[in-house]
Design a protein around this ligand. Structure first.
Ligand code: SIN
Length: 289
């Protein structure tokens, strides 16, 4: 590893653990993800919620196991972090804030089967998502979700590369995620530009904010330069398992991730079996570089 990569890793991995009083928090890896236990999400106390907020900013992905929650309880928990984000395009039926994540038998593909963060083509992308899985593939294996720490992806770049990226913006195009699907006729596909490096609104820590599913180009560069640079940036996560954690779902698991600083990837490795859950997302604000 290069010295600047080690410095970035050391800064994250040598932080002392927090003394939680109302919840238990066990890291999934030293850089991303934690399992939170000792809570019932259907009746959280204010003390538990305050510690969950702290753990969320420290670990970026929180896993809550063995939860039995209704749709309303799921929405109430999400609503403690901000306004609920309507599903877009809206579901043909059912609750406009609940995205059903359903893999039917022998599906050709599944939603989220590429590295991305939710809603980055929107002018004000999502703060976070809460996915509650109630049915895992028969036999108990497959359908894990991978998460990557995009703070660290940025911090492990060379100072020269970070300096170059700091002055750039990138276009995020919602049409990219619809390739191969029919877009609803009255759906206005979002296309927006964000800084390539944004600051986390709550911690001010920098984030590499481009992803393979939505980011189409860097307008300050030629087409060839943009493609080459984005290709290198998209490859950082798949080439560095060290940036990632893996969540193995069991029925009744809810995972809450921070869409501002985390990318995720749904793994479709369970054909022809099925999987089911529901996702509620939270609105974020404008992103600043
Ligand atoms: C998603 O939000 O992209 C889906 C994640 C998953 O199904 O694991």
């Amino acid at each position: 590893m290069e010295p600047y990569e080690l410095t970035a890793l050391e800064a994250v991995t040598t932080r002392p653990p927090r003394p939680y009083e109302h919840i238990s928090v066990a890291s999934l890896t030293p850089v991303i993800g934690a399992e939170v236990s000792g809570v019932d999400l259907s009746r959280l106390t204010e003390d538990e919620l305050a510690e969950i907020r702290t753990a969320f900013l420290d670990h970026h992905v929180l896993v809550f196991r063995d939860q039995e929650i209704t749709v309303d309880e799921h929405k109430r928990f999400a609503g403690r972090f901000g306004d609920l984000r309507p599903v877009n395009p809206p579901p043909p039926e059912g609750d406009p804030h609940v995205l059903e994540i359903r893999t039917s038998p022998a599906a050709a593909n599944v939603a989220g089967n590429a590295w991305h963060a939710d809603g980055t083509a929107d002018l004000e992308p999502s703060l976070g998502s809460m996915l509650y899985i109630t049915e895992t593939p028969e036999g108990g294996s497959g359908g894990d979700t991978l998460f990557a720490n995009m703070h660290l992806a940025y911090e492990m770049l060379s100072p020269t590369m970070r300096g170059l990226l700091d002055g750039l913006t990138a276009v995020h195009d919602g049409a990219q995620s619809f390739r191969g699907y029919t877009v609803p006729p009255d759906y206005e596909i979002p296309v927006n530009e964000h800084p390539v490096v944004v600051r986390h609104p709550e911690t001010d820590r920098p984030i590499l904010y481009v992803n393979q599913a939505y980011t189409s180009r860097i307008p300050q560069l030629s087409a060839d330069e943009s493609q080459a640079l984005l290709g290198m940036l998209f490859a950082l996560v798949p080439q560095r398992p060290m940036l990632t954690c893996r969540v193995r779902w069991t029925p009744g698991t809810l995972v809450f991730w921070d869409n501002r600083c985390v990318q995720h990837h749904a793994t479709y490795d369970y054909y022809p079996r099925t999987r089911y859950g529901r996702r509620v997302a939270i609105n974020g604000g404008p992103l600043k570089g």
